[in-house]
Write a new protein. Structure first.
Length: 229
């Protein structure tokens, strides 16, 4: 039953009907429900180990001596493996949105391990300083979707992994970074110089430049690297 469910979810993701899984397993839907309380519970049983494998790999890479290249290779590996598996795509997207947790703590553990790689790559000057884990998560999910769409449509222009290349290029530091106009900024709000987050200005005192301590430290490290160069 688990093997049939794994193959069905890999092909169709979380949207596959439970009846289809039961048919592939050669049992009735009632038999599936006797072992798993819901389709989501069955989905968790087939996908958790895959996400935990990504998390474990990220943790093993946390102390490498070349954090920049390793960060980009890790992202590319996740996209390459997950884009071939609709279940993994759905699990990573759902965990990042908070709508569905593959298993308690699994999504959070993956984010924390990925954030360590991100911070180390930023400290090495390989990734833009205004990037946060939420940005990387959104880009990762979007890249998975686009790689799957291009593969399914048989796009001839470019090679496999083209979307991954563009995602990685967007994360690299450049002298000129595109900034879109924000039309809805309120009069008493300002934006963090590092991450661009909106925060209310204090009524008195010196105007704040950053939304919090983390962005303040990132800016300080960036200035220090500039002076050292």
């Amino acid at each position: 039953m688990l093997q049939a469910a794994r193959f069905a979810f890999e092909e169709q993701g979380l949207g596959v009907p439970l009846g289809e899984i039961a048919r592939r397993a050669g049992v009735g839907a009632g038999t599936v429900y006797r072992h798993f309380s819901s389709k989501e519970a069955l989905f968790r049983a087939t996908i958790v180990d895959r996400i935990e494998l990504f998390t474990g790999t990220a943790r093993d890479l946390a102390d490498v001596t070349d954090p920049g290249p390793v960060f980009f290779r890790f992202l590319a590996s996740v996209v390459r493996l997950a884009s071939q598996n609709k279940a993994l795509c759905d699990a990573l997207e759902a965990a990042g949105s908070g709508r569905f947790e593959p298993s308690p703590g699994v999504g959070k553990d993956f984010d924390e391990a990925l954030e360590v790689l991100l911070c180390r790559a930023q400290e090495a000057g390989a990734v833009r300083q205004d990037i946060g884990i939420a940005d990387v998560r959104a880009l990762l999910v979007g890249c998975l979707s686009m790689e799957r769409a291009r593969a399914g449509a048989g796009v001839a222009d470019g090679v496999q992994g083209r979307m991954t290349e563009l995602m990685c290029e967007a994360l690299r530091p450049e002298r000129v970074v595109t900034k879109l106009a924000h039309d809805l900024v309120k009069r008493n709000e300002t934006r963090c110089e590092v991450c661009g987050a909106v925060f209310a200005m204090a009524p008195t005192g010196r105007p704040a430049r950053y939304c919090g301590g983390a962005c303040r430290q990132k800016a300080h490290r960036a200035r220090r690297r500039t002076r050292q160069r």
